[in-house]
Design a binder for this molecule. Structure first.
Ligand SMILES: *[C@@H]1O[C@H](CO)[C@@H](O)[C@H](O)[C@H]1NC(C)=O
Ligand SMILES: *[C@@H]1O[C@H](CO)[C@@H](O)[C@H](O)[C@H]1NC(C)=O
Ligand SMILES: *[C@@H]1O[C@H](CO)[C@@H](O)[C@H](O)[C@H]1NC(C)=O
Length: 296
C-alpha cells in the first residue's frame, strides 16, 4: 500500500517537474529569468575526471549570443555561466543591432564582461523585411531573435560555432558542447525537447508542446505535403552547434528565409505556438537532417 502511494508521489513530482520546465519554455520569450537551468550533462557526472584538452587554450571556441537591450542581465548570467565552467579559449560573438551597438559597448565596458574575450557583431535587421508576420495586437518580435538564421553571414571567418540564447545558463563545460559530433551532411546539432520517459509514459495525451504539431499548422496543405510526422519530437532552437561550412553549402539561411516568407503569406505556424517563434522554420529545414546534442 505504501509503495503505491510512494509511486504515485514520484510520478506526480515528475509530472510537476516536467510541467515547470515546459512552462518556462513557453514563457521564454517574455521572461528571461536566468535561473532557468539547462539540464546537466548526463555524460559527465560531477565526479568524472575532467577532460584534458590537449590542444590547450589556443583553439577558439566560438559562442554566438544575442544582446537584447532590455535583458542584458541575462546576457551577463549566460556568459558568466560559460566562463566559470570551462578552461577553453572561449570567444563570444555578441550580436547587436546597429542602433544599440554603442550602448551595448559602453555598457559592457562597465561590467565584468570586459574581462572575457568578445567581439561585437552587428545584425542588419533589414534582411528581415517582409519575412516576419506581425499579428495585430501582438508585441512585435525582437529582430535579434532571428539572427541565428544568419550565422554564417554574422561570423564569416568561422567554420563551427555554438549558438546560445541569452536566457540560457550553462552548467557543464562548453567545450563538450562544442565537440559534439555533427554527422556528415548535417549543418547543426540540436538537443531534442522530449526524452523517452516523458514522451512515452508519463505525459501521453498531455498536450503536444514537444511535437511538431505544436509548432506547425498541419491543416495547411503546404505543411502536410512535406510529409513530416506530426508527433516528431521538436528540438530546442535556443542552443545548438553549427557546422557553418555545411550550413553555407546547403544554403540553410536561404531555406529558412523561404519558410519565413511563406508563413507571412500563408500563416503556416501553429496558432498556439508551443515555443519560440524561430522554431517552425528550423523544424522544417532540419527535419531528419540534424545531429543530436546531448543535454548539458
Ligand atoms: C549604422 O549607424 C550608423 C551611425 O549611427 C550609420 O552611419 C550607418 O549608416 C548605420 N548602418 C546601417 C547599416 O544602418
Ligand atoms: C563540416 O562540414 C564540412 C563540409 O561537409 C566537412 O568537410 C567538415 O569535416 C565538417 N566539420 C565538422 C567539424 O564536422
Ligand atoms: C546554394 O545556392 C547556390 C547559389 O545561389 C547554388 O548554386 C547552389 O546550387 C545551392 N545549393 C543547394 C544545395 O541548394
Amino acid at each position: 500500500h505504501i509503495a503505491v502511494i510512494l509511486l504515485a508521489a514520484i510520478v506526480f513530482l515528475l509530472v510537476l517537474h516536467h510541467n515547470i520546465l515546459g512552462l518556462s519554455d513557453v514563457l521564454k520569450s517574455e521572461d528571461s529569468d536566468p535561473s532557468r537551468l539547462v539540464p546537466q550533462n548526463i555524460d559527465s557526472p560531477p565526479d568524472a575526471p575532467r577532460k584534458v584538452h590537449e590542444e590547450g587554450p589556443g583553439k577558439e571556441v566560438a559562442v554566438v549570443i544575442p544582446a537584447v537591450e532590455d535583458r542584458l542581465g541575462g546576457l551577463i548570467a549566460a556568459i558568466n555561466s560559460i566562463s566559470s565552467n570551462t578552461e577553453a579559449n572561449v570567444v563570444f560573438y555578441i550580436l547587436t543591432t546597429n542602433d544599440t551597438k554603442e550602448h551595448i559597448r559602453s555598457w559592457i565596458d562597465n561590467t565584468d564582461l570586459k574581462r572575457v574575450k568578445y567581439k561585437l557583431v552587428t545584425f542588419d535587421a533589414r534582411v528581415l523585411d517582409g519575412k516576419v508576420r506581425v499579428d495585430s495586437g501582438a508585441e512585435p518580435v525582437k529582430p535579434l531573435t532571428f539572427a541565428r538564421f544568419y550565422l554564417p553571414d554574422l561570423v564569416p571567418g568561422l567554420k563551427n560555432t555554438i549558438y546560445l540564447d541569452d536566457d540560457v545558463i550553462v552548467q557543464g563545460d562548453i567545450q563538450d558542447l562544442y565537440d559534439t559530433p555533427i554527422q556528415t551532411g548535417h549543418a547543426a546539432a540540436f538537443s531534442e525537447d522530449c526524452d523517452s520517459v516523458t514522451s512515452k509514459s508519463l505525459l501521453r495525451g498531455a498536450g503536444n508542446q514537444y511535437n511538431y504539431i505544436g509548432f506547425l499548422d498541419y491543416k495547411k496543405e503546404r505543411i502536410r505535403k512535406l510529409g513530416m510526422k506530426a508527433n516528431t519530437c521538436s528540438f530546442n532552437p535556443g542552443v545548438f552547434v553549427a557546422n557553418l561550412t555545411e550550413w553555407r553549402r546547403q544554403n540553410i539561411t536561404k531555406q529558412l528565409e523561404k519558410w519565413m516568407e511563406l508563413d507571412v503569406v500563408e500563416e503556416l505556424y501553429s496558432k498556439t505556438l508551443a515555443g519560440s517563434i524561430t522554431s517552425p522554420p528550423l523544424l522544417i529545414v532540419f527535419y531528419k537532417r540534424h545531429s543530436i546534442a546531448c543535454r548539458f
